[in-house]
Ligand binder design. Sequence first.
Ligand code: PSU
Ligand code: MN
Length: 348
Amino acid sequence: SRSPWICRACLATARRLTPTVTPKRQISSNSRYFQVSEEVRQAIAEHRPVVALETTIYTHGYPYPENLSLAARLESLVRTNGGVPATIGILEGVARVGLAADELMRLVSSAGDPGTLKLSRRDLGFALGLRQPNGQPFNGGTTIAGTMILAHMAGIKVFATGGLGGVHRGAETTMDVSADLTELGRTPVAVISSGCKAFLDLPKTLEYLETQGVAVATFADGRGNNVDFPAFWTRESGVPSPKTLRDETEAARVIHAHCSLGLQSGLSFANPIPQHHSLPLEVIEAGIYEALQLANTAGITGAAATPYILSKMKEITGNDSVEANRALIESNVIRGAKVAQELSRLEL
Ligand code: PSU
Ligand code: MN
């Protein structure tokens, strides 16, 4: 699995003759803006299974200290399923891949502070390059898009999370399309989620992902080939998944082939919420209707929309939506660890 020793001159000649040769893993060197933990760096170098985890769910989803217990639980689920967790976020002006326990604690306990931001691709330069009015550096939870970028920079290919951003209902007038979708179009990371939150427009989201060249599939677990692309809190959405995957081995094979070809687009693998945690569709639809009306009345748009709607869903469903959220994300993280394990076998 290790590359043989090659003399400098031979290497230089080889490089000249094959200018398109890319190293097996691109590991950005650490810088004042970007740090990969020693544990994660070593695991990547040794092709051990690594699973990236995002932090917007902690900074803009769950309050402290629930976010801390969730973060710890997800990391331990990766470990007990044979992987190395790499929680990714911005702490004190530095983008970190593989936040240590004390760093994670500092980030999640700053949830709700004005200096703790929700960070997507467009925001990274501001969060790292500037300071708050009080002179302190920024903290930030990275969205799926933001996390994909940093995971890819570190050489991580598998990322598990809760729900994917999407094309919002009414996007034909608001143009609100999550940057998660364009990121999937240009960053080769496999994102394992429970599909798109049902307050989004699923058919438009799938159309958009197709345009962006994103590999989209849903884990079918022996249910055959006619499976819906799931809607986060529910397994059924009425929208068929473009492809299905039988298991983690198939997912790993697709990632391996996709990345070996050098495709620069990403992969979106949906893992439907466990059956017994799935919420009734009527409850969800009624909740969404109310939450969207409230958002509309309050004039909430842009980056604030998703966190606002999710918090209203929590109030409306009396916390059921949050419990479902926890169940699905745990299930996705376990899937992610297994996929990463299968992938590391293929890469050895
Ligand atoms: N799903 C959740 N909680 C969240 C998110 C998704 O249950 O906080 C976050 C993810 O980080 C996702 C982001 O990438 O919302 C999408 O936001 P937007 O729709 O503004 O792109
Ligand atoms: Mn948006």
